[in-house]
Design a protein around this ligand. Structure first.
Ligand code: NAD
Length: 482
């Protein structure tokens, strides 16, 4: 049994609190590790470690810090297969997905931010009699809180820019998925990053997570997780005027116009609905289809969904693994029952997927398609975060836009059409932070990532991340001759 520890001031240590939390493989429902149930005392120790190291870390040049990121990326890459396997066991996701998305992006996040920071230009604004120079200073101590769906992918997305901009870091991964954050700490230890610069605290969100957000010496919080938690984080951090970024939930529309090339795109539309068992904040869970192609779309979509293999996440040909936990499965199932109460019909799936042997107690759920549901219903507007989509008809573009915007969330959307000019016109009318046309999750790491409305606050990605993880100072110098 793997007893995972915290990583504070360059050492793997137990929590000051004696408690521990079981870590479960959701595909087998078996205990695979324990993590410390950390408390505010452990957060205090991590803050003390940051305070000891932050002055020397912030004095390095950005190029020197970028070199550290490259070293971390190189070492992570050597452990590519470990990352893939641990992520699959910890989350229940298919190993092919862990390799192609989680492990790949975790390495490239470090390389990307190293290169970006190295090439960052100092901004200057000249006046007739003076020059303004914008300096990016470190913010101080960065608290980074992440969810369970893309554990190392999302943690590395925050750790890399935070470190390269000269901050010290206290990371708090989800208590459901501690494995690859621990691997990152091992890698950071191995490459010899100065102690105290990166610290990792494991435990419950409402205990050590809350202590992290409440600590007055932590200057910045980058949070990715649910909207309800995001509200608590915002409420706690706001009176201390911490810098805060909130990447929250979504209920994203997939809009299929009447001229969409379904033969070309159907598999990608299915992927956008069910990747990671629908547990990606960007997944399209409300599919809006022009009425003229509704039935042909439904037939093609259902055929493609039914061909997805559910099974052992470590098998190479598995397309759908388990959900994150049986508890989460109950929540997903309760939404399917609610959909029926709300007048919808289960067109495909709609129940636990019963596997045999080692996986009999796993959290497997059939990919589920619900039709004939009012677009204003709770099922069609609240985040389910599982393998469930609702499909709705629309009769013109204005109606599609109205339905798409009829939710409190505003993270992302996708539009499928051969008329890309029309697609862009529709995109601009959507209240979301991101829109894909004829593609989905096609990521350029330079672009702003984030949502509007209940999907969050602020943007991360590329220079937006480097700006968020630094304080901008303007130095205005009068020319000598004046
Ligand atoms: P969650 O909000 O339950 O937990 C997220 C993290 O916050 C965990 O580490 C948790 O321990 C911690 N936490 C919980 N309570 C806390 C508190 N009071 N103070 C500080 N930290 C606390 O979310 P989850 O169930 O882990 O993740 C799923 C959610 O994340 C979904 O809503 C999904 O849409 C969202 N998500 C959003 C994005 C995005 O980029 N917008 C990306 C991935 C996931």
């Amino acid at each position: 049994m793997n007893a995972i520890k915290n990583y504070i001031n360059g050492e793997f240590i137990n929590s000051k609190n004696d408690g521990e939390i079981d870590n479960i493989n959701p595909a087998t429902n078996e205990k695979i590790a324990t993590i410390p149930r950390s408390s505010s005392q452990d957060i205090q120790d991590a803050v003390d470690a940051c305070n000891l190291s932050k002055s020397s870390w912030s004095k390095l040049t950005i190029t020197e810090r970028a070199e550290w990121l490259d070293k971390i990326a190189d070492e992570l890459e050597k452990r590519f297969e470990d990352i893939s396997k641990l992520e699959s066991i910890d989350t229940g996701k298919p190993i092919s997905l862990s390799r192609n998305v989680d492990a790949t992006r975790s390495v490239s996040n470090f390389r990307f931010f190293a290169d970006l920071a190295r090439n960052m230009e100092t901004k200057q604004f000249e006046m007739s009699d003076a020059i303004n120079k914008i300096v990016n200073k470190p913010v101080g101590i960065a608290g980074l809180i992440t969810p369970w769906n893309l554990p190392l992918y999302l943690l590395s997305w925050k750790v890399a820019p935070a470190l390269v901009m000269g901050n010290c870091v206290i990371a708090k991964p989800s208590e459901l998925t501690p494995m690859t954050a621990n691997l990152l700490a091992e890698v950071i230890h191995q490459v010899g990053l100065p102690k105290g610069v990166f610290n990792l605290i494991q435990g419950y969100g409402n205990e050590c997570g809350q202590a992290l957000v409440s600590h007055p010496e932590i200057n910045l919080i980058s949070f990715t997780g649910g909207t309800t938690t995001g509200k608590i984080v915002a409420k706690t951090a706001a009176p201390m005027f911490k810098k805060i970024s909130l990447e929250l939930g979504g209920k994203n529309a997939t809009i299929i116009l009447d001229d969409a090339d379904l033969n070309l795109h159907i598999d990608n539309i299915v992927r956008s609905s069910f990747l990671n068992q629908g547990q990606v904040c960007l997944c399209g869970s409300r599919i809006l289809v022009h009425e003229s192609i509704y039935f042909s779309f439904l037939e093609m979509f259902t055929k493609s969904v039914s061909s997805m293999k559910i099974g052992n996440p470590l098998n190479e040909d598995t397309k759908l693994g388990s959900l994150i936990s049986n508890e989460h499965l109950e929540k997903v199932d309760s939404y399917v029952k609610l959909a029926i109460e709300e007048g919808g019909d289960v067109h495909y799936g709609g129940q636990r997927s019963n596997l045999n042997d080692d996986f009999a107690k796993g959290a497997f759920y059939e990919p589920t398609i619900i039709v004939n549901l009012d677009y204003k219903s709770r099922t069609a507007t609240e985040e389910i975060f599982g393998p469930v989509v609702t499909i709705h008809k629309f009769n013109d573009i204005e109606e599609a836009i109205k339905i798409a915007n009829y939710t409190n969330y505003g993270l992302a959307a996708s539009i499928w059409t051969q008329d890309t000019t029309l697609g862009e016109h529709v995109a601009e009318k959507l209240d979301t932070g991101m829109v894909w046309i004829n593609c989905w999750l096609h990521r350029d790491l330079r672009v702003p990532f984030g949502g509007v409305k209940d999907s969050g606050l602020g943007r991360e990605g590329g220079l937006y991340s480097l700006q968020f993880f630094s304080e901008l100072q303007n130095i205005c110098t009068m020319n000598d001759k004046y």
